[in-house]
Design a protein around this ligand. Structure first.
Ligand code: GLN
Length: 473
């Protein structure tokens, strides 16, 4: 197997045995990228020379020693571009500091390598909202890779990256992982520092890994999790050893099957694969328990009030003065703000800023924003009640496999509705993972991956990974 197609775990074995060097991995990756990324479009940029210098100094005794890891282009690496897939930051902007996850990866010996395409400011589910380029699904180039971490998922699936980090505000790690057939973990809110992640919706955002194996996801989570005084929402609680119990199996665990996630809105082929995965876990010793999460149907409306509200506030910092694009020759200061934002933001970002500003404005705040917060509490309570009965919950990640590029982009509502299976985990702050559970024929000669979603209690990543390991094909 080529180095570019290997797991972190197997590369680490070969590195520590002295069979290969970090430079070999980077060389293999850059060959793969040059050969195949022109058609996939996962990378916005990469700096091979800088990575080679860093790799030469990597401490191979560390857990991720010598492993290149690709970063979604909304996670800061000092001196590197950070476009957020936006015209606003497209030219001339380089990060003035490192995200905490960047520092943690480096402290574990990893080499940040590559800036991965995304929907603009992580808003979207297809990576079609990137203002900079299209990313294609390596399993079927006519289809989306999912999003917003589409570049990260496509690169891992297409053997153009060993592993990657993404961010998940409403499904942006899990859904592209599902569409591309890789593992994608959204940690619990507060498990991983958000410092240095360009904020979309601060009460929902989390950074997490996209990998080839569950074991690799555990390795990366181990490196990036834990308290950080630079992010007050990052919890000051110890991080368990995620590898220790990974292979314990699922015997004796109770797994919830929420009826609201298996209704007629889910493509029957997707439902069949998820049910088959649940049956395999049952055969491995888990008990399946039917449960109800009654407020699930309100997740889309709740999320699409809260996330745009937070986005409208977070994105106000893009004013044409402090970051990136500045409109040339404005008439006055107001015109500078207006023109810079008019030129810099794409349609969906503007739509959300307008929506968010509206739901926060006086007279509408109570009717929308504050009601949404109340429904958010109900959604969180649904899960709290479920944890009284089950250890984790099984569900689809997305209602359908990857759709065609261009198929739905004219209908934002349709696109928002497709997030139905992933939003509740963010609203409740719990952890969730997507693990490949099979493929569906596209009817055009390609096979489209489908993910099984496993949702676990807040800070329940160890059990989540253990179930995911047992579910891994
Ligand atoms: N698809 C969702 C949205 O467009 C989630 C995005 C995300 O998780 N960053 O907002």
């Amino acid at each position: 197997m080529s180095l570019a197609a290997s797991s972190i775990f197997s590369l680490r074995q070969r590195l520590t045995a002295g069979e290969i060097s970090p430079a070999d991995i980077l060389a293999d990756l850059s060959t793969a990228i040059l050969a195949r990324d022109p058609e996939i479009g996962a990378y916005l940029s990469f700096d091979l020379e800088a990575a080679q210098i860093e790799a030469a100094a990597a401490d191979l005794s560390l857990p991720l020693g010598g492993i290149p890891i690709a970063l979604k282009d909304n996670i800061n690496v000092l001196g590197q571009p950070c476009t957020c897939g936006s015209r606003f930051l497209e030219r001339g902007y380089t990060s003035p500091y490192n995200a905490t996850v960047t520092e943690r990866l480096r402290a574990a010996g990893a080499v940040p390598f590559g800036r991965m395409n995304l929907d603009e400011f992580a808003m979207g589910s297809a990576t079609e909202n990137s203002a900079l380029q299209i990313t294609r699904n390596p399993h079927d180039l006519s289809r989306i890779p999912g999003g917003s971490s589409g570049g990260s998922a496509a690169a891992v699936a297409g053997n153009l990256a060993i592993a990657a980090l993404g961010s998940d505000t409403g499904g942006s790690i899990r859904q592209p992982a599902s569409h591309c057939g890789v593992v994608g973990l959204k940690p619990s809110y507060g498990r991983v520092s958000r410092y240095g992640l360009v904020a979309f919706a601060s009460s929902l955002d989390q950074i997490g890994p996209l990998t080839r194996t569950v074991e690799d996801a555990a390795l990366i989570l181990q490196a990036i999790a834990g308290p950080d005084r630079r992010d007050s929402t990052c919890l000051d609680v110890p991080v368990p050893d995620y590898l220790e119990d990974l292979k314990k199996g699922v015997a004796g665990l109770r797994l919830g099957i929420p009826k609201e996630y298996f209704d007629e809105g889910i493509d029957p082929a997707v439902r069949a694969l998820v049910e088959a995965a649940a049956a395999r876990l049952q055969a491995a010793g888990a008990e399946l328990v039917e449960i109800s999460l009654p407020h699930t149907e309100h997740a889309v409306a709740t999320y699409y009030i809260i996330a745009p509200a937070e986005a409208s506030s977070n994105l106000s910092r893009f004013d044409g003065i402090r970051y990136g694009r500045r409109a040339p020759s404005p008439a006055d200061l107001d015109d500078l703000y207006r023109s810079s934002r008019e030129e810099g933001f794409g349609a969906d970002v503007k739509r959300r800023i307008i929506l968010g500003t509206y739901v926060l404005s006086s007279g509408y705040y109570d009717a929308y924003y504050s009601r949404a917060q109340k429904v958010r509490t109900l959604i969180r309570r649904d899960f709290e009640q479920a944890w009284g009965q089950v250890d984790a919950i099984l569900a689809p990640v997305a209602p359908t496999p990857a759709r065609k590029i261009g198929e739905a982009s004219s209908d934002p509502l349709q696109e928002y509705l497709s997030d139905i299976c992933t939003l509740a985990a963010n609203l409740a702050g719990i952890c969730a993972i997507s693990v490949p559970c099979g493929t569906v024929p596209s009817g055009e000669g390609t096979e489209l991956p489908v993910g099984l979603q496993i949702l676990g209690p807040h800070l329940g990543e160890a059990t989540l990974l253990r179930i995911a390991k047992a579910a891994e094909l």
